[in-house]
Design a protein around this ligand. Structure first.
Ligand SMILES: C[S@@+](CC[C@H](N)C(=O)[O-])C[C@H]1O[C@@H](n2cnc3c(N)ncnc32)[C@H](O)[C@@H]1O
Length: 300
């Protein structure tokens, strides 16, 4: 699993820059354009929130757990429809931003959640956090399946029979390369280099192999209700993010400048600059190394 320090490295370092670019309680995951790229990013994100709510049978008064809540976009949506959301995150920056915006959030590893912690829920959503639940080390130890199965057991314990869970996550696609080929010194156009940039940006995270991997892991506890890719929507989301990241504001550019000293002594940070230039996740989607799914499950 990505540890709190891994997650802080990935998310808290640029937390302020992102919030100033895409919004205080913005979604940091692929939106749901359904291929209609005339929608604004915000409209497409709202469509995603509505889709999750409808498919999880959430109504006013429902108690919902958001595993990996980010800056609280889905919690904020739940609040707007009168449902009660509890968010869990490992990022200090996200936790503080959520608190400031009056959202109910805790710093807690959602993989180890027990009913004794916060009780049970009517529905569970996890949008863009599944990517972080298995680390490279755990993958190498052959523990990936066990980790995912344990996660679904945890979710199942929190739900009543018939309760639903939504997982949105990136997965490895057909074109994924072997772990030992990943190399930051490889040719800059190669998949080996591309994956090295991504691993550098997201330490402690290794993806599931296709949607089947997730569906299989959920099986003892959940029946699969429906699922679809959102890869093209994610590519569009990243394009919009990149435009917004470049938009000028004094406060944002001051935040960029504050990172400059780290560039001198931290080679990992210098590699992260490359990510800003080429958006490796978008390229990984385009090359079929990565894919993306939105999946709905129901407890049996
Ligand atoms: C890409 S962000 C997505 C945030 C949000 N769901 C959204 O759609 O904007 C990934 C989130 O997963 C959280 N996360 C990753 N691993 C976690 C874990 N084991 N326990 C709790 N949160 C975790 C991170 O802290 C972060 O908030």
């Amino acid at each position: 699993m990505a540890t709190k320090s891994d997650i802080d490295y990935s998310y808290s370092t640029m937390d302020k820059i992102w919030r100033l670019s895409i919004g205080e309680m913005a979604d940091f995951t692929g939106a749901k354009y359904d291929g209609d790229f005339s929608l604004s990013l915000e409209e497409a994100q709202k469509r995603k929130h509505q889709f999750i709510s409808e498919h999880l049978n959430i109504t006013g008064g429902s108690r919902v757990l958001d595993m990996g809540c980010g800056w609280g976009p889905f919690l904020n949506y739940l609040r707007s429809i009168g449902a009660k959301g509890l968010g869990l995150t490992l990022s200090q920056g996200q936790f503080e931003a959520c608190k400031k915006n009056g959202l109910d959030v805790r710093i807690k590893d959602c993989r180890t959640l027990k009913t004794e912690d916060f009780g049970t829920f009517d529905a569970v959503a996890s949008v863009g956090a599944f990517e972080h639940f298995c680390s490279i080390e755990e993958y190498k130890e052959g523990r990936q399946d066990e980790i995912y199965q344990q996660l679904f057991k945890t979710i199942s314990d929190l739900l009543p029979k018939g309760g639903r869970c939504f997982i949105q996550t990136m997965v490895f696609g057909e074109g994924m390369i072997d772990l030992d080929k990943i190399d930051i010194k490889a040719d800059k156009n190669s998949n080996e280099y591309l994956m090295a940039l991504i691993v550098n940006e997201f330490p402690g995270s290794w993806l599931p192999y296709g949607q089947e991997h997730i569906i299989r892991s959920a099986q003892p506890y959940f029946k699969f209700v429906c699922g679809h890719s959102g890869k093209d929507d994610y590519i569009e989301t990243i394009k919009v993010w990149r435009k917004r990241l470049k938009q000028f504001s004094w406060e944002k550019y001051a935040a960029y400048l504050s990172l400059a000293p780290r560039l001198i002594y931290d080679s990992k940070m210098r590699n992260r600059l490359e990510n800003l230039k080429i958006a490796p996740i978008r390229v990984a989607f385009e090359r079929g190394i990565w894919d993306h799914f939105r999946l709905v499950f129901e407890k049996v």
